[in-house]
Design a protein around this ligand. Structure first.
Ligand SMILES: Nc1ncnc2c1ncn2[C@@H]1O[C@H](COP(=O)(O)OP(=O)(O)OP(=O)(O)O)[C@@H](O)[C@H]1O
Length: 253
């Protein structure tokens, strides 16, 4: 474990991942400082989701290493379940259990996996629901909520276990455009509270606004990495420039 206050929460070094014969991540390096937001951008298929899935040990890497708070989590001796309990993940599809209420969805993992007593888990869930503007929804079933509300419940569920790091994978991609804003507002709020986050996104204007670090992936390679100003302002690589030009032309930046 690392004690330095600004030691990276997440560090990836020379991470490689292939599926079958095709290399999806090639020697990816990444450092995520505490209380910062890292945005992964890049074309569809560039490896953003795979990178997040490797960080959470949902995929086994072929080479390289990953550290969480200074502990090498890709070490075969690492306790993978314990690592996953320290990382919250929200996916594009909310994956809420339809037969459970909002409150039950949120308290399931804290109670069953973390052994938190019911009253404590419910109090934390209600507090988070209130903070994310879902105060009246604890007893509802997911299908009674809008897509934006369901995604906010999924974020509450990820936060309920007090994760050290939050990974957000295209969390607005499945939403109708008018519902995107309410979810992005939640992410802004979490940033203000100091939550360390890595998010894969196609919302370029949002990435530019919220990210302390932007990582541009192309074909599994980190082509550019820097502040939002550096990557969006004056990208060094011609491929990044072309990608951003296409996005600007499509009116997404
Ligand atoms: N389980 C898998 N088996 C085989 N190939 C996979 C698997 N997961 C991802 N891939 C391939 O890896 C490449 C990168 O996929 P990934 O989902 O990481 O990209 P992405 O940048 O997140 O794309 P998008 O923006 O569309 O979500 C793609 O070519 C994809 O088809």
């Amino acid at each position: 474990m690392s004690d330095a206050p600004d030691a990276p929460v997440l560090r990836m070094e020379a991470v490689r991942k292939s599926f079958g014969g095709s290399v999806v991540l090639r020697d990816v390096d990444l450092e995520v400082a505490p209380h910062t937001v890292t945005a992964l951008i890049g074309a569809s298929g560039s490896g953003k989701s795979t990178l997040l899935r490797c960080a959470n040990l949902l995929e086994e890497i072929d080479d390289g290493a990953i550290w969480l708070d200074g502990e090498e989590i890709t070490d075969p001796r690492a306790d993978q379940d314990a690592v996953r309990r320290r990382i919250g993940v929200v996916f594009q599809a909310y994956n809420l259990f339809p037969h459970l209420t909002v409150l039950e969805n949120i308290t399931l993992a804290p109670r069953r996996v973390h052994g938190v007593p019911r009253a404590e888990a419910e109090a934390r869930a209600r507090e988070l629901l209130e903070r994310l503007g879902l105060g009246g929804k604890a007893g509802e079933y997911p299908d009674r909520l809008s897509g934006g509300q369901q995604q906010r419940v999924a974020i509450v569920r990820a936060l309920a276990v007090r994760p050290r790091l939050l990974l957000l994978d295209e969390i607005t991609a499945a939403l109708d455009p008018e519902l995107v804003g309410e979810v992005l507002t939640v992410v802004r709020g979490l940033k203000d509270e100091g939550m360390t986050m890595v998010l894969a996104t196609h919302e370029m204007a949002f990435a530019r606004e919220v990210a302390d670090q932007v990582c541009f992936l192309e074909g599994g390679v980190v082509l550019e990495r820097g502040t939002a100003e550096q990557v969006f302002g004056e990208p060094r690589q011609e491929r990044t420039q072309r990608f951003l030009r296409r996005i600007v032309e499509a009116g997404r930046l």
